[in-house]
Design a protein around this ligand. Sequence first.
Ligand SMILES: Nc1nc2c(c(=O)[nH]1)N[C@H]1C(S)=C(S)[C@@H](COP(=O)(O)OP(=O)(O)OC[C@H]3O[C@@H](n4cnc5c(=O)[nH]c(N)nc54)[C@H](O)[C@@H]3O)O[C@H]1N2
Ligand SMILES: Nc1nc2c(c(=O)[nH]1)N[C@H]1C(S)=C(S)[C@@H](COP(=O)(O)OP(=O)(O)OC[C@H]3O[C@@H](n4cnc5c(=O)[nH]c(N)nc54)[C@H](O)[C@@H]3O)O[C@H]1N2
Ligand code: SF4
Ligand SMILES: [Mo]
Length: 768
Amino acid sequence: MTEKAPQQDIDESKLAVGKPKSWAAGLPGVLVSLKRGQEQMGAGRTVRALRVLNQREGFDCPGCAWPEPREADGEHRKLAEFCENGAKAVAEEATKRRVGREFFATHSLDELAGRTEYWLGQQGRLTEPMVLREGGTHYEPISWDDAFDLVARHLRGLASPDEAVFYTSGRTSNEAAFVYQLLVRSFGTNNLPDCSNMCHESSGAALSATTGIGKGSVSLADIHRSDLIVVVGQNPGTNHPRMLSALEEAKSRGAKVVAVNPLPEAGLMRFKNPQNVRGLVGKGSPLADEFAQIRLGGDLAFFQAIGHLLLAWEKAAPGTVLDQEFIDEATEGFAAYAERVADLDWERIDEATGLPREQIVKIARMIADSERTIYCWAMGLTQHKHAVPTIKEIANVALLRGMIGKPGAGLCPVRGHSNVQGDRTMGIWEKMPESFLSALEAEFGIPVPRKHGWDTVDSIRAMRDGRAKVFFGVGGNFAAATPDTELTERALRSCELTVQVSTKLNRSHIVHGRTALILPTLGRTERDVQASGEQVVTVEDSMSAVHTSRGRLEPASEHLLSEVAILGRLANTLLGDEHPVPWLEFVGNYDRIRDHIANVVPGCHEYNKRVRQPDGFVLPHAPRDAREFNGTRNGKANFTASELEYPVVPEGRLLLQTLRSHDQYNTTIYGLSDRYRGVEDGRRVVFVNPADLAELGVADGALVDLVSEWTDSERRAPSFRVVAYPTARGCAAAYFPEANALVALDSVADESNTPVSKSIVVRLEPAT
Ligand SMILES: Nc1nc2c(c(=O)[nH]1)N[C@H]1C(S)=C(S)[C@@H](COP(=O)(O)OP(=O)(O)OC[C@H]3O[C@@H](n4cnc5c(=O)[nH]c(N)nc54)[C@H](O)[C@@H]3O)O[C@H]1N2
Ligand SMILES: Nc1nc2c(c(=O)[nH]1)N[C@H]1C(S)=C(S)[C@@H](COP(=O)(O)OP(=O)(O)OC[C@H]3O[C@@H](n4cnc5c(=O)[nH]c(N)nc54)[C@H](O)[C@@H]3O)O[C@H]1N2
Ligand code: SF4
Ligand SMILES: [Mo]
């Protein structure tokens, strides 16, 4: 059955702004889940889908990477182990709306170019392979075999394999990711940029240097057992909603929560747990015991100040604050760090953080008194110029108190996409270590290139400069998720061929190379049947737990292929039947892929068996499991002495962050209700502190252009409605991806090359 999609696009004149909420979830969350399910899937499919969501025999939520409770840790899954935004993610994928050949015949690319991401996504699921021929105005149907031939022809025609880039978004299963990187490396390049380059790359860089492994060191059970949870630069109420249940549980056992954020996000303040009656009808539970309303980019200063205080208190009363034994035995670099934070310029700390000194002292005292501290963070830390040293500064404070490798304590970068961590484990990275590449070579007897590939930003530069000519994307929405929209779109359009393996229509299909392909694929929710029967795939959550996911719904169309089938068949077409990798066997039975994962990927021995245990298994993590830091250059956990760094904003300008509304998944816009912030029926808004508006002489509700200032030139994003909002002074916020046009391609984080999406110097100008 084909349901009708909304024909209306966003009408920003209907935008309504009300008061921000001071609590998250509760009954409205449940009602929205049901309503979106009903609209997209109908009643029966909604029940069938939600019943198996995040259950052992069902599919893993295609939303975020938050983990499920594990029996091995003494925890149990509930009947409804999902949140409002998980339900929306499922509704978006399991929708009954369809985008078939008739759709493409009636809508030209010129027309589609004028549509918003919301409208494109709302049209429904892609149903068959489509091609845009050179000079064409419309996509037309193409057979799968012809599509694979076309891609193979273009790839073979390149002067070097390095002229192609192969992007991945973090929804791809472990099996598809493993096959994909094997295909790309067999073809001869390490050009494997991924969404992680724009996401937690800074966390990976910082943690690899400090603890020796780029992943977080805590489990869900640790969160429940900690006595202090510091949540920095993260909005869990929207982006990891079930984390609120975990915080609530920790609090019920006496834990305290500190939130550090320029915005008083509803989900950090109070939580009404929809899984119990009290949460549905009562007042809910308060979450943050302390809310530090920090300035954008002030976190490095904040944690240096905390380190300074801890050291000062230790000096005043030796043996009371530091975990000296741990520092002596397991770490290096303490002296240089201690010296760096010994004399602190408090005026600069004030300027960087905008926080009252008493509050910094109070939080430092909580950290000094806590026996089991967990630090959680997300994009509010990773997308700054000084993101990597900022995260290292958190590690410093954790190391001072020995808060790693013991129950209830640790470092917890909270991942975004549901399998972004697994994709990396499987080899999706432009600079995988030698150990992985040589294991791959030995396993398959193929030559594997060693030269590092391009990450996301470098791939855009390469396309811009004509050094890359083919773009291939497995999932994601490269055109919209990346910075510097105008430049990136030009770069994509200059390609000879762009290929998108996708479930839903998005901007990256409209911004195309001279020839373009849309290869529609099965989603996580759908049954995947191959020659050997029904398949399962595996995924890894933010806490390194690996388990199966089994799609249960009927596929959106009989013409869809799974990601594994698309990649395996393409590899077979490109590399031929004689190639040592048994590509078609992989497609026929995913166990065969897992047999090789077991031999190549560290920690995955007996993979087929262990993923099938109830709740799967947890990948090894030396700092967490044994307080060992054998992954660092010196085998120790490393303190880092960093310069004090923070963004400085010229007179009359604001520092803008780009963030997610409550009703989107990255570039997928579910709806137009940013309920917690009080914004309905529109998205082009900019949140500014009322005192800043008064100083700038801009009225609440005014229509402005956002103009960003970067060394090379200015960039303009037109027509945003000003919303007076209680954000930190000098700081503004607008939604991603509408504001991506303002981020200069060269504005990247040191070391991680992540686009700086959270501190953009802007001025407001009356709308043109
Ligand atoms: N429903 C839903 N869930 C999602 C996503 C989604 O789009 N929708 N996206 C997924 C993905 S890929 C990711 S990576 C995660 C993202 O999860 P988040 O990181 O929570 O996402 P953002 O909306 O970017 O929010 C950044 C938060 O950090 C704060 N912040 C910004 N700058 C600073 C700063 O300098 N210092 C401090 N202390 N705080 C700051 C912002 O005010 C905001 O609260 O969510 C994942 N889950
Ligand atoms: N300004 C600014 N820019 C940002 C950010 C920010 O905070 N501010 N955040 C960054 C972050 S954290 C991230 S992770 C990136 C996200 O970047 P991406 O991962 O590239 O973008 P998404 O919007 O998550 O991708 C959505 C598309 O994925 C496809 N899709 C969905 N499910 C599947 C599936 O199962 N298989 C396949 N093959 N395709 C599927 C659909 O076609 C959908 O349109 O954006 C980054 N960009
Ligand atoms: S918290 Fe994340 S993974 Fe869990 S149900 Fe919600 S969106 Fe899905
Ligand atoms: Mo992300």
